[in-house]
Design a protein around this ligand. Structure first.
Ligand code: SF4
Length: 383
């Protein structure tokens, strides 16, 4: 989307880990992250005008008005700085409407060389631009989280990290960080890392106060994984599956999730087959459209079309419904926030047809119990 006023609302996100180069906007009561800094967004047929005095911005498509939106306001905690002089916004930022998000370690062993780095990742860009710091200490995170809860009402927190080593793969630093935040303020926390080398980390993470865990497959086909994320692909999919099987009993069904980026080269069938694999293990597959981030090797890679996303998200929502999983049931994190994907909207529409069409609320009982049920396997219900 093109914006007439890029300064409206909360600051947009550029670089960093995960989806980026986008801005939070609220349309029809739903806050979504819309790419505004990518090359494709500059060509978008959608344009948002300057917000009026009420903060409402008109959306046009090829010059015709198609809707309106508002921007989440600038968080109050952004005005503060830590006791050691670091602006809070360099420690953690507001995502979506009410999520506090941070990248605990802004470095990654996979980012040192372009032969190993995930081709879509911009984790080093925000650090190089001075918008963040390399390592957020547990004390800093606890201080910012407390302020964000008290001043801005954030309701859950996402902590991701670059991968610091090939052993715990970030689990240790996430445990320390979550423990400090939980000691400071009552806030549901999701952490995100590669599967650690030992399954004992899952119990430690839970004991540290972590509520939900994301271990992100990103791409599902081995050839695509090796091409797009050559370093990360050295952790085989079998390790992810084993980690899911151990982590789900620790965190609970639906509290372990995995990001799958649609548009990297995997077919819709391959994504849905992988989704079925993880759903069978009680894991929520958060399928998100790939956003080509400026400055990365994939900045000119096309984003997936709306048709492709529909081909994936529609059946996925049905699969999730059948398995009793939903993003809304997640305690914290990206699955709960949902702002980077339309999956939650599809989940809501799958629910709708199952509601009875305005039937009168009369308690159910058989019309003629003795005649209908006597002698049947359900006969005891009539007595
Ligand atoms: S889905 Fe995750 S990455 Fe996207 S805005 Fe929400 S918390 Fe941030």
């Amino acid at each position: 989307m093109r914006l007439a006023d890029g300064r409206a609302g909360a600051p947009s996100r550029r670089g960093g880990a995960g989806p980026s180069d986008h801005k939070a906007v609220t349309i029809a009561g739903r806050t979504v992250m819309v790419p505004v800094h990518t090359a494709a967004s500059f060509e978008s047929p959608y344009a948002a005008g300057r917000p009026n005095a009420a903060g409402v911005s008109v959306i046009e498509r090829d010059g015709a008005v198609v809707g309106q939106m508002t921007f989440p306001r600038q968080p109050r905690f952004y005005a503060l700085q830590t006791f050691d002089g670091i602006p809070y916004a360099k420690i953690a930022v507001l995502h979506g409407r009410d999520v506090l998000a941070t990248t605990v370690l802004q470095n990654c062993i996979r980012y040192q060389s372009r032969t190993k780095t995930c081709q879509f990742c911009a984790i080093g860009q925000s650090l190089a631009a001075g918008r963040t710091i390399a390592h957020k200490t547990p004390e800093q995170l606890a201080e910012v989280a407390r302020a964000a809860v008290l001043l801005d009402g954030v309701s859950h927190m996402v902590m991701t990290t670059g991968t610091p080593n090939a052993t715990d793969r970030g689990a240790a630093v996430l445990c320390d960080s979550a423990f400090a935040v939980k000691a400071s303020v009552d806030l549901a926390i999701q952490v995100q890392c590669e599967p650690p080398d030992s399954d004992r980390w899952f119990e430690r993470m839970r004991a540290s106060g972590i509520d939900s865990l994301g271990m992100h497959i990103e791409a599902v086909t081995p050839a695509v994984r090796e091409r797009i994320m050559p370093g990360k692909a050295t952790v085989p999919l079998e390790r992810y599956m084993k980690a899911f099987e151990v982590a789900v009993p620790v965190f609970g069904r639906g509290q372990v999730s995995t990001y799958i980026l649609a548009g990297l080269g995997d077919s819709a069938e391959a994504i849905l087959a992988m989704a079925a694999e993880v759903i069978a293990r009680g894991v929520y597959p958060f399928v998100v459209p790939f956003v080509p981030i400026s400055g990365t090797p994939m900045e000119d890679h096309p984003a997936p079309t709306p048709g492709f996303m529909h081909e994936v998200l529609q059946p996925l929502a049905v699969m999730l419904r059948a398995a009793g999983l939903s993003g809304a049931a997640s305690k914290a994190g990206c699955a709960k926030c949902g702002a980077c994907s339309a999956l939650s909207t599809y989940e809501a529409t799958v629910d709708a047809p199952r509601l009875p069409p305005a039937l009168p609320r009369v308690p159910w009982r058989p019309a003629m119990p003795d005649l209908v049920l006597e002698g049947s396997p359900l006969g005891h219900l009539a007595r």
